[in-house]
Design a protein around this ligand. Structure first.
Ligand code: NAP
Length: 287
């Protein structure tokens, strides 16, 4: 049976350490602050945003929410971002996706200064990650890497297979795993014979959003299996991309859903806000 990678416990530990960091900053009159922009009325986004504000409160990070009508223009959105870029009080800016389809999300991300890009989505952050410079790493891949580190899983020379190539999960994971000296394969919806790839994986990371897509026959004996996927069953239960009950018997390590990658994502967002506040208040920062 696999060792369960306990994302919930690790995320709690990270948040507790961040609270200590945050208290230290406050003693120096630095008050870390996150601004969250939400456009329109997406129920799932509301839940995500509520969870982020809860985590901020617990750590002591100040939090400001901008709820915009879904009729807002690109120019109005960009102007708000510019105002937040220029604000001395705001350390981190997060634009909650999705946004209405008449708006261009990449253009909006581009207008966030990389120094406040706590989601790690701007071209500057993505480019800095690709050339190995210190930057904000997108929170979910960052959380995955923290879990791998915490459980002392060495990626050197290992075959990592990533399912999914999205800008927010799959692609940043490629860079993160390369930096850890893994040999990386990425599969997506046009990949032929996915099983041939997954069967070779020492570490299999699934981020496609298909319930129970990864079955035991697709997994190598003793592989490490990280499940980023979040899918809802007809009964409303949350499940991952991996058939947990079967794959658990074959893997060496496995993340559960819920309680795996999910809590790590918010913890790493909090980590990025504290980092932003530190860097912005450090005269010697080269960030
Ligand atoms: P996304 O933007 O929809 O990307 C999905 C990726 O999976 C795409 O690259 C797509 O291929 C690929 N894909 C879809 N079906 C496939 C299939 N049958 N075979 C192979 N590849 C397939 O999704 P995302 O935002 O990266 O999220 C992925 C999953 O992770 C979702 O379940 C999401 O809810 C979850 N998620 C969880 C967290 C967390 O905190 N735990 C954070 C973010 C996302 P193409 O590129 O060819 O279309």
């Amino acid at each position: 049976m696999a060792t369960i990678i306990d994302g919930k416990a690790l995320a709690k530990k990270i948040r507790e350490n961040l609270k200590i960091e945050c208290d230290k900053l406050k003693k120096k009159n630095i008050n870390p602050k996150l601004a969250v922009i939400m456009v329109g009325d997406n129920p799932a986004s509301k839940v995500y945003v509520r969870n982020k504000s809860k985590a901020c409160k617990e750590i002591g990070i100040e939090y400001e929410e901008y709820l915009l009508e879904d009729t807002i223009t690109q120019q109005e959105l960009n102007e708000l971002i510019k105002k937040l870029n220029d604000s001395k009080e705001i350390n981190g800016i997060l634009l909650q996706s999705p946004i209405p389809s008449h708006l261009n999300i990449n253009q909006a991300f581009k207008s966030i200064t990389y120094r406040k890009d706590v989601d790690g989505f701007t071209p500057s952050s993505v480019g800095k990650l690709a050339i190995g410079e210190d930057t904000f790493i997108s929170c979910t891949p960052h959380g995955v890497m923290k879990m791998i580190d915490e459980y002392n899983i060495d990626l050197t020379g290992k075959d990592v297979v990533i399912l999914g190539r999205s800008n927010i999960v799959g692609k940043p994971l490629i860079q993160c795993c390369l930096q850890k000296n893994a040999t990386v394969t990425v599969c997506h919806s046009k990949t032929k014979n996915i099983k041939e790839h997954t069967k070779r994986a020492d570490i299999l990371i699934s981020a496609i959003g298909q319930a129970k897509f990864v079955t035991a026959d697709m997994v190598k004996e003793n592989a490490v299996v990280i499940d980023v996927g979040i899918n809802r069953t007809e009964e409303g239960k949350l499940i991952g991309d991996v058939d947990f009950e079967q794959v658990e018997k074959k893997a060496s390590y496995i993340t559960p859903v819920p309680g795996g990658v999910g809590p790590m994502t918010i913890a790493m967002l909090m980590n990025n806000v504290i980092k932003a506040a530190k860097e912005q208040n450090d005269k010697n920062s080269t960030f």
